[in-house]
Design a protein around this ligand. Structure first.
Ligand code: AMP
Length: 289
């Protein structure tokens, strides 16, 4: 695996490959890699000649400085994992390379960043768009791979690509889960084993909401039921549960009003913030580790 910390040699390397007709897939990550990240790598390897994984904990997308400070950083172990799965290129820049001067650009996605993650993490998607836009410009991939777990992020990046006319294809990869349904996440490293067990409440709430919505319960009744499943344990806290249109992220009151509704959930186990989602009627049994 070729490892680059600087933009110029990475660009030169990729240019030579592209001139030889090779296609490039990009998998952006913040490291602390797990099997979920590796499914993205494999998806890219299936469709491209060269797969570039990036590891960069992007400061501009953290609205909570404590969260940025506590974000797990495991570059040596991550490098080994990427070598094991035969990833072709790792780009792991330092802050000075990605932000040589303090960024003053913000990107506003209007209604897409006024709901859910955007509402609870002000400025988050501006930071995401900034770093993903930089990576698209540096790497110029043919395809870029993102996890369904961060669906709102995918919706925002889809819009970024469309409006700025990036010449690439986006792929969304299904969420990989622990056997108890908990979505794999780098943040799970900060949970005790007891908290990991408790964290399955998010996926269970989505499954129950799925059944209740499909059986005709109103979205407001389902919201109340979801909130109730968080009452019993003070360590587990619901931040939001929303039923939204998966494309424009508008809140959906009536399931028949959207072509493809998605249920999105976020909250805390102890101090750790977790998110998850499920398309209405989705069969999630297929993507477990
Ligand atoms: P992160 O390192 O958390 O920024 O994630 C990097 C990419 O991996 C994002 O596109 C995530 O959506 C994706 N990802 C994170 N967790 C999972 C998972 N459990 N299954 C599949 N993809 C995931």
């Amino acid at each position: 695996m070729e490892i680059f910390k600087q933009i110029a040699p990475l660009k030169a390397f990729l240019k030579s490959k592209k001139l030889a007709g090779k296609t490039v897939g990009l998998v952006p990550t913040m490291g602390a890699l797990h099997e979920g990240h590796l499914t993205l790598i494999r998806a890219s390897q299936n469709e491209n000649d060269i797969t570039v994984a990036t590891i960069y904990v992007n400061p501009t997308q953290f609205n909570n400085p404590k969260d940025l400070l506590k974000y797990p950083r495991l570059l040596d172990k991550d490098t080994e994992l990427l070598q094991e799965v035969q990833c072709d290129v790792l780009f792991c820049p330092a802050d000075e390379e990605m932000y040589p001067e303090k960024s003053i650009l913000t990107i506003n996605f209007g209604p897409l960043n006024e709901v859910m993650e955007g509402k609870f993490r002000p400025g988050h998607f501006s930071g995401v768009a900034l770093i993903v836009g930089k990576l698209f410009n540096i790497i110029e991939p043919d395809r870029a791979y993102f996890g369904q777990k961060d669906w709102q992020q995918f919706a925002v990046i889809t819009r970024l690509v469309k409006e700025l006319k990036y010449n690439l294809q986006l792929r969304s990869v299904p969420t990989l889960r622990e056997p108890n349904g908990l979505a794999l996440s780098s943040r799970n490293l900060r949970l005790t084993s007891e908290q990991r067990a408790k964290a399955s409440v998010f996926h269970k709430a989505l499954q129950e909401a799925n059944i209740n919505l499909l059986s005709g319960k109103s979205s407001s009744d389902v919201k109340r039921l979801v909130a109730r499943s968080f009452y019993n344990d003070p360590e587990v806290r619901l931040e939001y549960f929303e039923l939204a249109d998966s494309e424009n992220l508008n809140v959906v009151e009536n399931v028949s009003a959207s072509v493809r509704p998605i249920m999105c959930i976020a909250g805390y186990v102890g101090e750790v913030r977790l998110i998850d989602n499920m398309f209405l009627g989705e069969n999630v049994a297929v993507s477990r580790v």
